[in-house]
Design a protein around this ligand. Structure first.
Ligand code: HEM
Length: 184
């Protein structure tokens, strides 16, 4: 929501998509609607890319000796995968620090653990078992907040004042305040 408020064009695009599909009579966005909202899905993916709630994956331990980019890694080495850094690596992402949902509209990159440049839920045997619940919750809550309310900054605050930096930790979080106006 913070990223969307900072980029009014993206906010307008996603709200228009949702309101056009759902109309004004139904009252809520449901799971079937979500499947027909590609821009909303792109917004959610871009949010998971730039702000992965769990920036370091569960630690792994190597079973065999291996060579990675010329480095020899001994068996039983603890490996920490920094999915935050991977998702902002300029080798894989154009303008990696910018919030651009459109980057997901014309490709199949997903966060299900097959595309290693985007791992907000990890990958492999220790990948997140709650991914379906996590994604459904985020998509449903966000889409309904966007459908029902217009969002604006508190009086006196400008878009430039929005700081999207996050606090370091096992999970990331930011403090951001918006004001909601109910839709008529
Ligand atoms: C947006 C929501 C969520 C995000 C971003 C998230 C992210 C993650 C990540 C990155 C991992 C580590 C995966 C790895 O190291 O490969 C993980 C593990 C895990 N998650 Fe989630 N998760 C979310 C929601 C949930 C939910 C809703 C549940 C349960 C209902 C859940 C249960 C777990 C469990 C049990 C593990 C440990 C798996 C293991 O170590 O084998 N997560 N999650």
């Amino acid at each position: 929501m913070t990223a969307l408020i900072k980029i009014p064009k993206a906010m307008k695009e996603v709200q228009t998509e949702i309101r056009k599909l759902v109309g004004s009579k139904k009252g809520t966005v449901n799971e079937d609607d979500i499947q027909n909202l590609p821009y909303l899905k792109a917004v959610v993916k871009e949010t998971f890319r730039l702000y992965p709630p769990v920036p370091l994956l569960v630690p792994r331990e190597t079973m065999h000796k291996s060579i990675l980019e010329g480095y020899e890694i001994q068996p039983k080495t603890i490996i920490h995968v920094n999915s935050w850094a991977i998702a902002r690596d300029p080798e894989y992402w154009e303008n990696p620090e910018e919030f651009i949902p459109e980057r997901f509209l014309n490709n199949n990159i997903d966060f299900k653990g097959q595309d290693f440049e985007l791992l907000p839920f990890g990958a492999g045997r220790r990948g997140c078992p709650g991914i379906a619940l996590g994604v459904a919750t985020v998509e449903l809550v966000l889409s309904n907040l966007l459908y029902a309310f217009d969002w604006e900054l508190p009086c006196g605050m400008n878009i430039q004042d929005i700081d999207t930096d996050v606090l370091p930790g096992l999970t990331i979080y930011l403090y951001r305040i918006g004001e909601a106006k109910p839709l008529h």
